[in-house]
Write a protein of this length. Structure first.
Length: 347
């Protein structure tokens, strides 16, 4: 116990010395479960003898984040992203290691800390679906003890910034996914948190809704200097919002650095998705434009050098090929993480 207090005190001193808002040191999280055999006989045998298994969701990770940073926290499904955010939010407790957010130990669940952070999970709603969003905002006001004056000011600014004044009095279940996410952000930010954890906030949204959410987060961060940790599978979210990224895979941090450096090293190319009408095209007709990752006569995925992608897209459009549509995309986050992980294994 004395050693733990000493370590935490050292971390707190580091926060004040280096102005780090979030400090994570040697953090690990293990989940225990019991193996179950299939069928009735398996259930009976498991009743008497159970084999314990351990899954390590987060494995000895360390990082720090300074005030006002927007950091992309990336990795494939099951990499440990959401588990880390839940630990930093105090929802679950780590198996080992230490973490501090704004000088608080998240697992202590202090009311003062709860008033200083917010967690938004794209796949979990915090609003009451059968009530208008404004009713949930008022409930949030009471939970956090927000004064009437601050509530009116904050809600008005957020609603105007997100352009949702016409929907806050509509039942949440009648709103589109993009509209609901905007309302979720208002509810999360009413108490002016200093730290914002965002877990896939644009998942399932259309391109326009994604852009609206990104624009809002950028403006909000510039104005309030809120520290943001963002998980996303959409490379465009990361490019538009983050200068720094942390990539985690199988519980290990495999990259922590500038996004520009990551793109130059691991994604020297982009992906062209081209669809065709009529009788489609042959592989021979299209392979001269780049490396063909996927092919069928009516849709192809081309891997093209980043510097040449616009010119090649124009060449395809101006050719005699029966082009129906063409889309330029970044390489998927999962592919980048896979490349880095393979490189780490070689070293």
């Amino acid at each position: 116990m004395r050693e733990w207090v000493y370590k935490v005190q050292n971390l707190k001193e580091k926060i004040f010395m280096e102005k780090d808002v979030i400090i994570v040191k040697n953090l690990s999280k293990n989940y225990e479960y019991y193996k179950k055999e299939a069928g009735l006989l398996g259930s009976i045998s498991n009743f008497f003898i159970r084999e314990k298994k351990i899954t390590q969701a987060v494995d000895n990770i360390s990082f720090s984040i300074t005030k006002g940073e927007i950091v992309g926290f990336l990795g494939p499904n099951g990499a440990g992203k959401t588990t880390t955010l839940k630990i930093l939010s105090g929802i679950i407790t780590q198996s080992s290691g230490e973490c501090l957010v704004l000088g608080y130990i998240p697992q202590n669940l202090e009311y003062k800390y709860q008033r200083k952070f917010a967690l938004v999970m794209g796949q979990k709603d915090q609003l009451w679906k059968d009530l208008p969003a404004m009713d949930s905002f008022i409930l949030t006001k009471e939970i956090y003890g927000i004064s009437n004056e601050d509530f009116k000011k904050n809600s008005r600014e957020l609603i105007e910034l997100l352009g949702i004044s016409d929907i806050v009095n509509v039942q949440v279940r009648k709103l589109s996914l993009g509209q609901r996410m905007k309302c979720e952000l208002v509810a999360a930010l009413l108490h002016n948190p200093s730290v914002l954890f965002l877990d896939e906030p644009t998942i399932g949204l259309d391109v326009v809704a994604q852009k609206n959410i990104r624009d809002f987060l950028k403006q909000y961060n510039e104005k309030n200097k809120t520290t943001i940790m963002l998980t996303s599978h959409y490379m465009e979210d990361i490019k538009q919002l983050c200068d720094r990224v942390i990539i985690i895979d199988k519980g290990h941090i495999i990259y922590d650095g500038k996004l520009d450096s990551l793109i130059k090293k691991y994604t020297p190319h982009k992906i062209l998705t081209v669809t065709f009408n009529g009788n489609g095209v042959s592989k021979e007709q299209i392979k001269k434009y780049g490396f063909v990752k996927k092919y069928n006569p009516y849709a192809i995925l081309l891997e093209v050098e980043r510097e040449k992608v616009k010119n090649i897209a124009m060449d395809i459009l101006s050719s005699n090929l029966p082009v129906d549509d063409i889309i330029i995309d970044e390489v998927e986050i999962d592919d980048i993480a896979r490349q880095i992980f393979m490189e780490e294994q070689k070293n």
